[in-house]
Design a protein around this ligand. Structure first.
Ligand code: DQA
Length: 145
């Protein structure tokens, strides 16, 4: 069974109470349940994790490379400035695995600093702006190949 690491960066553990006008009312536990249900439906094994730590997120990307897992990644604010995370992400795609960058909101409709992603250039693809469906679409894509 294909294993997918669904990795989430800083402040995403605050979903539900954090800016619900932008990120919606769903909390992180509900997002995790929705992703796990989709994985079951698609015949994938998903492991959903969240951290506020750049170092921990990078270690999980290394783990994906070492265990041959595809990755769905919401890098949160690290999207916009973490070259260290980009250097980790490129190891995923260069090893023949997939890394799909996802966002709940569409960063291009928001503040200018969110318009640039240092991750997109090394990702397999990017899905943004569909709330939790961004994750579910990414899972569907991984299952289709
Ligand atoms: C986000 C968008 C980022 O700009 C922001 O820093 C986040 C969440 C999203 O899912 O829409 O924390 O990645």
């Amino acid at each position: 069974m294909q294993k997918v690491l669904v990795l989430n960066g800083p402040n995403l553990g605050r979903l539900g109470s954090r800016e619900p006008d932008i990120y919606g009312a769903m909390d992180f536990d509900a997002l995790t349940s929705a992703v796990n249900a989709k994985a079951t439906q698609l015949g994938l094994t998903a492991e959903v994790r969240q951290t506020d730590s750049e170092s921990e997120l990078i270690s999980w990307i290394h783990e994906a490379v070492d265990t041959g897992s595809n990755v769905v990644l919401n890098p949160a604010a690290f999207t916009h400035y973490s070259y260290a995370l980009r250097d980790a992400a490129v190891q995923v795609t260069k090893s023949g695995l997939k890394l799909i960058e996802v966002h709940l909101s569409n960063p291009h409709t928001r503040e200018e600093f969110r318009h640039n992603s240092v991750i997109s250039g090394v990702a397999t693809g990017v899905i943004a702006g569909f709330g939790v469906d961004s994750y579910l679409l990414a899972m569907t894509q991984l299952a289709s190949r």
